[in-house]
Design a protein around this ligand. Structure first.
Ligand SMILES: Nc1ncnc2c1ncn2[C@@H]1O[C@H](COP(=O)(O)OP(=O)(O)O)[C@@H](O)[C@H]1O
Ligand SMILES: [Mg+2]
Length: 279
């Protein structure tokens, strides 16, 4: 009996210690949670906020300079771009030239280091960040904020419930994201940053022909490594070394012996060139 009692007390002590360790872990995680929930906005909040109104005239980027911080080099150096309301603009340029950075500024993930972005003349800095982001879209999902687009976080009790979470491949994710974009009735501005990068050849073709239809008469900015996708845009802007180096329609740029023409011809030749030694 004595030996059994000692063993019992020992077992109880072990479980108390492990419970304490687990509780400690929980408290540490809760701390992370609190720091995320209580984090202040990293963007300055305007003292005179203005609501975003439906786009009428267009979006101006007059002399926009941007770098991620003082130690980093300039990514955008005095970009002058106007996206007129109802026009599609294609933005092209080499990897790392700052196309996605420009998109991040348009979505106000960052503010320009110098210059400003003007939505019908109103500085984006004066627009409350919450107005630019996501809430109604998420609230509209079948389970609202509870819809999981992953199964990583499911508990044991959710096991058999297929609606509790779904796993999407990279390409499927992209199509869901696109579908969400296309479902909006009156999008003021549609930004498509490499919308087909992860898609197979057929899906890519389908997506670009759909987008061509959808972009007609709507304000949009398309970024694509597939230059043919932006061919019929109302304007094509070429970014290089942080500056806008060329701007015009496909026809104008192709006629002028531009960098765009060089890249376009280079890409097209890859599809036309016969393979050596094959009929
Ligand atoms: N979060 C970041 N912090 C620091 N530098 C970044 C960050 N994101 C992108 N960059 C740098 O900014 C430059 C432009 O990147 P990006 O806009 O993504 O190019 P792309 O034209 O290929 O979309 C690159 O040199 C990249 O290394
Ligand atoms: Mg990019």
């Amino acid at each position: 009996m004595f030996v059994a009692a000692v063993a019992g007390v020992q077992g109880a002590l072990v479980s108390i210690v492990s419970e304490l360790a687990a509780a400690n872990h929980g408290v540490l995680l809760f701390d992370h949670y609190l720091s995320v929930v209580r984090a202040e906005s990293d963007l300055p909040v305007s003292r005179r906020p203005r609501p975003v109104r439906p786009l009428r005239r267009g979006i101006e980027l007059p002399d926009v300079w941007f770098r991620y911080d003082d130690e980093h080099p300039w990514v955008l150096r005095g970009v002058d771009l106007f996206i007129p309301c109802g026009h599609s603009v294609a933005l092209v340029g080499r990897n790392g030239c700052g196309k996605s950075t420009l998109v991040k500024l348009l979505c106000r993930f960052y503010d320009p280091t110098r210059g400003s972005i003007r939505w019908d003349g109103a500085d984006l800095r004066d627009v409350p960040v919450a107005d630019l982001r996501i809430h109604p879209t998420i609230a509209g999902l079948p389970r609202g904020y509870d819809t999981l687009l992953t199964r990583v976080f499911l508990g044991a009790s959710d096991g058999a419930d297929a609606t509790a979470g779904v796993v999407l491949s990279g390409g499927q994710w992209q199509r869901v994201a696109l579908a969400r974009g296309l479902l909006r009735r009156q999008p003021d501005l549609m930004i498509l940053d490499e919308p087909s990068a992860g898609l197979d050849a057929e899906a890519e073709h389908e997506v670009h022909s759909r987008l061509r239809e959808h972009r007609r008469g709507r304000t949009s900015l398309l970024i694509s490594h597939r230059l043919s996708a932006g061919r019929d845009a109302d304007a094509i802007a070429v970014l290089a070394g942080g500056e806008l180096v060329e701007q015009g329609t496909h026809g104008e740029l192709m006629a002028g012996g531009s960098e765009y023409a060089r890249l376009f011809t280079l890409q097209a030749s890859g599809y036309e060139r016969p393979m050596a030694g094959r009929p």
